[in-house]
Design a protein around this ligand. Structure first.
Ligand SMILES: [Zn+2]
Length: 129
C-alpha cells in the first residue's frame, strides 16, 4: 500500500527516485534475509532426529515425529525463500529488476519481499496460473 503511493508520487522524478527506491529495497531484502536465516536456524534445530528413548517427556514419540514433519516442510520453504531473497539481492542492480517479466510494470515492493523468486506482477502471475 505505502509502496504503491510512493511510486505514484515519484513519477515526475522517476530516475532519481528509483535509486532511492533501490536502497530501500536492498535494506528490506537484507532484513528479510536475516529473518529467513533465523527461521532456518530455529527450524533446523527442531528437525533433529527424534530420540527413540523416552527422554522427550510428555510429548509422545509419534507426536514429536509429526511435529518434526511440519518443521521439515517449513524448513524447506524457508530455504527456498532465502535463496530467492539472495538472488533478488544479486539482481538488484539489473535495470529490469522489479519490473514484471511479462508486462514490464513495476512489481510492488511488498510482493518482491513476499515472493522474491517471482518475476511477474500479481496480475500476470494470476493469469499465468
Ligand atoms: Zn505483469
Amino acid at each position: 500500500m505505502v509502496a504503491r503511493v510512493y511510486i505514484q508520487l515519484s513519477i515526475p522524478f522517476k530516475i532519481s527516485m528509483k535509486k532511492i527506491d533501490k536502497i530501500e529495497v536492498k535494506k528490506r531484502i537484507h532484513e528479510e534475509i536475516t529473518r529467513a536465516e533465523q527461521d532456518i536456524n530455529r527450524l533446523a534445530a527442531s528437525v533433529k532426529p527424534v530420540s527413540p528413548d523416552n527422554a522427550i517427556g510428555r510429548i509422545s514419540r509419534m507426536e514429536a515425529i509429526s511435529a518434526r514433519g511440519v518443521s521439515k516442510s517449513a524448513l524447506s520453504q524457508a530455504r527456498v525463500r532465502l535463496a530467492g531473497l539472495k538472488s533478488a539481492l544479486k539482481n538488484l542492480d539489473e535495470p529490469e529488476f522489479g519490473s514484471c517479466f511479462e508486462c514490464g510494470e513495476q512489481i510492488p515492493l511488498a510482493r518482491i519481499l513476499l515472493m522474491p523468486q517471482s518475476k511477474m506482477c500479481v496480475a500476470c502471475a494470476e493469469s499465468a496460473e
